[in-house]
Write a protein of this length. Sequence first.
Length: 74
Amino acid sequence: MRAAPEDVTSAFWQACHGGRLPTARRLLSHGADIDWIGYGGLTPLDIALTSENAELIDWLESSGAHTGARLAPG
């Protein structure tokens, strides 16, 4: 049984929130949305920035992640 795409993306966001880089890498490879605007209106990169986890932030940025402000229209 495969997880629904929205469940993979939610788990990815949570992994970024918790600073779990290996888990985040795996979930992204399984189709997580790197720019999903999730809880509190924050993207995975936004939530990683609040944790100040440099390794996770660098990986997200090098993988093409954006902040919510960058994704906002206008």
